[in-house]
Design a binder for this molecule. Structure first.
Ligand SMILES: C[S@@+](CC[C@H](N)C(=O)[O-])C[C@H]1O[C@@H](n2cnc3c(N)ncnc32)[C@H](O)[C@@H]1O
Length: 217
């Protein structure tokens, strides 16, 4: 799917459904928060949630005391929904309406990169390559990368679009030697319609040596 139809798709989704009705809705992003807590991420660390949609991960992070938060999504409607929900607290968050594949992200700005259910839409290897280059560019050396996708036994479609499903090792392999796999978790997400979806979360640390060797730097 090219960039324009992709944006159109997501704008339509968020304009036609309530945030609580989309299949990926979570009241709280407990597992993501747990991984961040376990990694000992300090509250002044810069955290970016890419393809965040209207997710409540940002609300949870604010509640935990994190105060350097960036929310990126291609959908203006999704970002507006999240901002409206947060009210005055929205001013504490950096909002970026952009395609994660070509967003002008500041080099080495983020201590944590969080993606739930976005990378799995990248069915074209060149898009996955562009995504990994963006992570290498934007994340500080030694930063944390949390990527959650549908697991091998998960659905083949998400929001009506085809996805790639991953085992933990296959997901890590997409990122390569510049990412040290610290661990992985599995989660069964229950959609608002009551269906179960198997997710895998990989937690990696960027390897400073490999970052220095990156041709993008
Ligand atoms: C399945 S939703 C997941 C939303 C959120 N991460 C969550 O867990 O609730 C996928 C999100 O990724 C966004 N998205 C898809 N492709 C994107 C891209 N290339 N750049 C930025 N956002 C993208 C969509 O607008 C949508 O909000």
């Amino acid at each position: 799917m090219g960039p324009a139809p992709m944006k159109e798709h997501w704008e339509k989704v968020y304009a036609s459904k309530r945030e609580t009705d989309v299949s990926w809705f979570q009241e709280h992003a407990w597992l993501s928060l747990q991984l961040i807590r376990e990694a000992g991420v300090p509250t002044d660390a810069a955290i970016i949630d890419v393809g965040a949609g209207a997710s409540r991960f940002v609300d949870d992070c604010l509640r935990e005391g994190y105060r350097n938060l960036t929310v990126l999504d291609v959908s203006a409607v999704a970002l507006a929904t999240a901002r409206a929900r947060l009210g005055e607290r929205a001013a504490e968050v950096h909002w970026l309406e952009a395609n994660v594949l070509d967003a002008a992200l500041t080099a080495h700005a983020y201590a944590v990169w969080h993606d739930r259910a976005v990378f799995h839409f990248l069915t074209d290897p060149s898009d996955r390559h562009a995504y990994v280059q963006q992570v290498l560019r934007a994340v500080k050396p030694g930063g944390l990368v949390i990527v959650a996708t549908f697991a091998e036994e998960g659905p083949t479609l998400c929001s009506g679009l085809p996805v790639v499903r991953y085992s933990p090792s296959a997901l890590h392999a997409e990122f390569g030697a510049a990412f040290e796999l610290l661990g992985h978790r599995r989660e069964v997400h229950e959609t608002p319609a009551g269906q179960e979806q198997a997710f895998v979360y990989c937690l990696c640390r960027t390897n400073p040596g490999a970052l220095e060797a990156s041709p993008e730097d």
